[in-house]
Design a protein around this ligand. Structure first.
Ligand SMILES: O=C(O)[C@@H](CO)OP(=O)(O)O
Ligand SMILES: [Mn+2]
Ligand SMILES: [Mn+2]
Length: 560
């Protein structure tokens, strides 16, 4: 529990809304609102439940912002993502997020005076500095410009030998863009070499196949990365990284997200950058979920998830600290946002019993991210978190229904059990299948998510409860890259450019159910409302007024 006294957690009663209603809080992952055309999979799909909210009760349906400054990102060109989206939903306030904090630490130079940088600097005289992370300008997990600044800064601070181990993206940026990012990186590294720094790329692989698994769905992914990055072993060996990516992409089934691991070798065929005793490692992603597993492998003495074979004694720092509860990693270059006093923590102190559920690939979204990047419950007696195992080793276009039905059934049972006041789920389909770029499969995915919503609201109907249905950011509602006028863009060969990434679109929020007091509706004086306004809204529906510093509620109760 937090350090505040019990009284400080007490929420004031809402003057009009009762306590004790069962509330379903549903987050459709990657479900935005966009023009209804053939590349909008939500529009194409049969989604009668989600449609009905909009058409039958417009005063209980609206759009909210889910990108840019509304979720603490540096600019309005930054698409939303699950981390910042669920942070905002759960915390009820907008925190300057990792991307922004790293930008300012680099701009001011403060990053080099911090504890984390001083720690890794100990390797600079005799060791190598390794940088591991996602190579793109997507801005969801990392950013190329930040990596380039860090490389330059580290060299100025005395790093003499640098090795970069990159993961290709194709998920937050267009598939195929990896080659350009590697070329840019190579150029910067060659500038450093001209200045006398021994700087090179040492290994690579696609983010979804190498290193960036999350929530312990498949440790093999992290192992493939470990073997290449730390041990210097991989099925493919190349003399140059640009050549590696180009060659591996020649396989007609290849894409940036799933490139196999490779290492760069010297003229005698030896890997140029395995990690050795006395080296430093920095994982340069600012976002937590897909770096936590590697952080554990790099940091923990006791580790049994795979055979690490060789565990070098290194100075390891994360770009940020990824898990505030586990204090993982213990060294980091930039302090993470301090997301405290989240709605989940308030609600347990006010007697609200919570059930949270998703499948593995989104499980931490409604637990870890929701609770401000903190693993575990606040109070085990008041909360139950249920994880449904995700399918492993597949791309989700082959299984577009994912575990939506199972999640909905768990939620239904939790609602009907009477044991919980809040039932919180994430439905992954629109996002996970949207990221594959497979339009047909994404249509199936959207329908499955809609059916899951139906199961949940039917249960709410039975117990006289309330539902709040929203999303964390867009994805499935737009599957093509567009020009300024909104027309789909073609690539050089005349092919449609498929958008695998999230979008800048707003997301819907709908409230309803038999437990919703008559006269409850969306206010019209918070037109710029965003995800951070949802926490106060949900607190109201539980019968409480949110703390003063929370973003304002979206609802009002008018006397009929
Ligand atoms: O898969 C992920 O890591 C991101 C995209 O990079 O998606 P989301 O934010 O929806 O988790
Ligand atoms: Mn998401
Ligand atoms: Mn996503």
């Amino acid at each position: 529990m937090g350090s505040k006294g019990q009284n400080a957690w007490k929420l004031a009663d809402h003057p009009k809304l009762p306590k004790g209603k069962t509330i379903a809080m549903v987050v459709l992952d990657g479900w935005g609102e966009a023009r209804p055309d053939e590349y909008n999979c939500i529009h194409v799909a049969d989604t009668p439940t989600m449609d009905s909210f909009k058409t039958t009760a417009p005063e209980k349906w609206r759009l909210i912002k889910a990108h840019g400054s509304a979720v603490g990102l540096p600019s309005e060109d930054d698409m939303g993502n699950s981390e910042v989206g669920h942070n905002a939903l759960g915390a009820g306030r907008i925190f300057a997020q990792g991307a922004k904090l790293v930008d300012s630490a680099l701009a001011s130079g403060k990053i080099y005076g911090g504890e984390g940088f001083k720690y890794i600097k100990q390797s600079f005289d005799n060791g190598t500095l390794h940088l591991i992370g996602l190579l793109s300008d997507g801005g969801v997990h990392s950013r190329l410009d930040q990596l380039l600044l860090l490389l330059k800064g580290a060299a100025e601070q005395g790093a003499k030998r640098i090795r970069v181990h990159f993961l290709t993206d194709g998920r937050d940026v267009l598939d195929g863009s990896s080659v350009g990012f590697v070329e840019t990186l190579e150029k910067d590294l060659s500038n450093l070499r001209e200045k006398g720094v021994d700087a090179q790329i040492a290994s690579g692989g696609g983010r979804m196949y190498v290193t960036m698994d999350r929530y312990e769905n498949d440790w093999n992914v992290v192992k493939r990365g470990w073997d290449a990055q730390v041990l210097g072993e991989a099925p493919y060996k190349f003399r140059s990284a640009v050549e590696a990516v180009k060659k591996l992409r020649e396989d007609p089934k290849a894409n940036d997200q799933y490139l196999p691991p490779f290492v760069i070798v010297d003229e005698s065929g030896n890997p140029v950058g395995p990690v050795k005793d006395g080296d430093a490692v920095v994982t340069f992603n600012f976002r937590a979920d897909r770096m936590t597993m590697l952080a554990k492998a790099l940091e923990y003495a006791d580790f049994d998830k795979f055979d690490r074979v060789r565990v070098p004694k290194i100075y390891y720092a994360g770009m940020l600290q990824y898990d505030g509860e586990l204090k993982l990693p213990s060294h980091y270059l930039v302090s993470p946002p301090e997301i405290e006093r989240t709605s989940g923590e308030y609600l347990v102190h006010n007697g609200v019993r919570t059930f949270a559920c998703s499948e593995t690939v989104k499980f931490g979204h409604v637990t870890f991210f929701w609770n401000g990047n903190r693993s575990g419950c606040f109070n085990e007696e008041m909360e139950e978190y249920v994880e449904i195992p995700s399918d492993v080793g597949i791309t989700f276009n082959v299984q577009p229904k994912m575990k939506a039905l199972e999640i909905a059934e768990k939620a239904r049972d939790a609602i009907l059990s009477g044991k919980f006041d809040q039932i919180r789920v994430n439905l992954p389909n629109g996002d996970m299948v949207g990221h594959t770029g497979d339009i047909e499969a994404t249509v199936v995915a959207c329908k499955a998510a809609d059916e899951a919503v139906k199961t949940i609201i039917d249960a709410i109907e039975q117990v006289g409860g309330i539902y709040v249905i929203t999303a964390d950011h867009g994805n499935a509602e737009d599957m093509v890259k567009r020009d300024k006028s909104g027309a789909p863009q073609l690539d050089k060969s005349g092919k449609l450019q498929i958008l695998t990434s999230h979008t800048l679109k707003p997301v819907p929020i709908a409230i309803g159910g038999p437990g919703l007091k008559a006269g409850t509706r969306f206010r019209n004086d918070v037109p710029t409302g965003g995800l951070a306004n949802v926490a106060a809204t949900v607190m109201n529906l539980h019968g409480f007024i949110a703390p003063d510093d929370y973003e304002p509620t979206l609802i009002e109760v008018v006397d009929n």
